[in-house]
Design a binder for this molecule. Structure first.
Ligand SMILES: Nc1ncnc2c1ncn2[C@@H]1O[C@H](COP(=O)(O)OP(=O)(O)O)[C@@H](O)[C@H]1O
Ligand SMILES: [Mg+2]
Length: 243
């Protein structure tokens, strides 16, 4: 059982794209019972998996424990892959958590959810607040998508600081290059600098997830993009196995 958070303090780096595609890999490639928990009020992960939003905005009630998450969990088109959707009620999630005053609320909720799942993938908003601290406490592994740029490298430094604040219990961080275009010098140089980091290419097939409303493995299984996510998921499983 493992909780994998897809997190960065920076927006637009590929978190939601990673979360939807990696959750699909967990369910379809590794045959894990997988739950994707969308913690971003924007609801991008739900959208990418083709799950229509519900009218009632109740995601916040899961956090306050006023509703059993099972009531909101939706099946997807894919076997073993379920989704706990976000909605706008999560907009003030950090304030809500601070008001509740339980430092491990997210960790408790993930522990409960893990009774029914083998892998829990968290799609996180780009924040540095009570929510991100709680996510760090709940996660077994933190995957940080990093487009090759100085600003992204800075975002990684901030994530490292945030995570190390948890001391000995801090989960490992796995930086992953995102949106890599090997025709660009800066991108090639960045990859040469960090040869061990996995690479997800910049690809129109990945952009098209948002028009197909499906992970790339589902509609273009032989594309380089699908193979890159497959290889990344294999790396993640290996890392989780090592503990
Ligand atoms: N590897 C990629 N190649 C091409 N476009 C990508 C790739 N990863 C993400 N995108 C696009 O970049 C935008 C931001 O990605 P998203 O996953 O929403 O980032 P975040 O969740 O970090 O804000 C989206 O329009 C998405 O389709
Ligand atoms: Mg996102």
């Amino acid at each position: 059982m493992a909780v994998v958070a897809i997190y960065s303090v920076k927006g637009g780096v590929g978190k939601t794209t990673f979360a939807a595609n990696l959750a699909w890999c967990a369910a379809m490639q590794s045959s894990r019972r997988t739950l994707l928990w969308d913690l971003d009020a924007a609801g991008g992960a739900s959208f990418l998996l083709g799950v229509d939003p519900k009218k009632k905005k109740r995601a916040t009630s899961v956090i306050s424990k006023d509703i059993d998450p099972a009531k909101l969990i939706r099946h997807t088109d894919y076997p073993r892959l379920d989704l706990l959707p976000a909605d706008e009620s999560l907009r003030a999630l950090d304030v809500q958590l601070a008001e509740i005053g339980k430092k491990n609320r997210i960790a408790k909720l993930t522990a409960d959810l893990m009774k029914d799942y083998d892998r829990l993938i968290l799609d996180c908003p780009p924040v540095l607040n009570e929510l991100s601290s709680q996510i760090v406490r709940a996660a077994d592994l933190i995957v940080v998508p990093i487009p090759p740029s100085p600003l992204s490298a800075r975002a990684l430094d901030i994530v490292r600081e945030e995570v190390s604040a948890e001391g000995k219990k801090a989960p490992p961080i796995m930086p992953v290059f995102s949106m890599v275009d090997r025709r660009r010098t800066l991108h090639r140089d960045s990859i040469l600098d960090q040869k061990k980091w996995p690479v997800i290419p910049s690809a129109s097939a990945i952009e098209q997830c948002a028009t197909h409303l499906a992970p790339v493995g589902a509609f273009a299984p032989r594309s380089p993009a699908a193979r890159a996510f497959k290889a990344l998921w294999t790396d993640i499983e290996r890392k989780l196995a090592k503990g």
